[in-house]
Design a binder for this molecule. Sequence first.
Ligand SMILES: [Zn+2]
Ligand SMILES: [Zn+2]
Length: 52
Amino acid sequence: PEVCTFCNESFDKAASYRRHMASHLSVELHQCVECHKLFNNNRQLNFHMKIH
Ligand SMILES: [Zn+2]
Ligand SMILES: [Zn+2]
């Protein structure tokens, strides 16, 4: 099975695994660690981080 590298949850179906990973990526890579504001992409997030 596919195992999530973020939370170690395992998935029998590759499709469920990809959907699960996408949920992590959208939340964890594009969320400000300081104020938890969400961004559509890393470029916006990096730009935002300059104000902290
Ligand atoms: Zn996970
Ligand atoms: Zn922020």
